[in-house]
Design a protein around this ligand. Structure first.
Ligand code: ATP
Ligand code: MG
Length: 209
């Protein structure tokens, strides 16, 4: 099985500066239905700030790339999602300390730590209609199965993420702004769940090159 390199991670984080602006209107519209309509703008602004911060880190250890992404998102994004995604990258950095390459199991350890950080901060459980509804099954799907290639595992995670984002539609929101709507949150896809699926799609794209 091939490894995830610092170059893959850098490409992933840079690609997000294109992916999120391209999906800004879509994410804003989802958030307008059950929140305050700013999720697309928040994500686009946050990730657009990343590439210039990565310039000094080209070819450097993966933990530094994650930590810089974390501090940028926390300072630039605001709202609920800035600290949540910021914590994801901050906690993902620790197991990647000093590493220029990660095997898939090592990479899973990083992303699982990131998700644990989101859960620790936001206290959402699966079914609350948040990003946790996508990240939990998608990161579980990323763990290697017999004879998996790296891209095979990433494709499985992305398929799982897309399905999990759609599966938030019938749910009643129990966390964040959408929870204020109660029953009226039913019937809408969660914006943070959608952005988490986009984040994993960008990762697959970056690894495929
Ligand atoms: N406690 C939580 N745990 C996990 N995810 C959450 C939580 N609260 C909100 N979210 C996610 O954040 C998304 C909304 O992010 P957004 O960028 O729109 O922040 P916001 O709710 O507008 O923040 P604020 O209300 O502080 O302005 C939701 O769709 C949901 O997926
Ligand atoms: Mg919002």
């Amino acid at each position: 099985m091939d490894a995830i390199s610092s170059t893959h991670i850098e490409r992933w984080l840079r690609d997000c500066a294109n992916v999120f602006p391209a999906h800004k209107d879509e994410l804003n519209e989802l958030d307008a239905a059950i929140g305050d309509g700013d999720h697309g703008a928040n994500m686009a602004r946050g990730f657009a700030a990343i590439p210039s911060k990565l310039d000094a880190l080209a070819g450097k250890e993966i933990d530094g790339l994650f930590r810089t992404t974390a501090t940028t998102l926390i300072s630039v994004v605001g709202g609920a999602s800035g600290p949540l995604y910021g914590t994801f990258f901050l906690k993902a950095a620790a197991p990647a300390k000093g590493k220029l390459k990660l095997t898939l199991p090592e990479f899973c350890t990083c992303l699982d730590a990131g998700l644990a950080g989101i859960v620790g901060l936001g206290k959402a459980v699966v079914g609350d209609k948040t990003m946790v509804d996508v990240l939990t099954p998608a990161l579980a799907a990323l763990h290697p199965k017999n004879g998996d290639s790296l891209t095979g595992a990433l494709e499985r995670a992305v398929t799982t993420a897309r399905e999990a984002a759609e599966a938030t539609i019938p749910l009643l929101a129990r966390k964040g702004r959408a929870s204020y709507l109660g029953e009226r949150s039913i019937g809408h896809k969660d914006p943070g769940a959608t952005s988490s699926a986009l984040l994993l799609e960008a990762l697959l794209g970056a690894v495929q090159g």
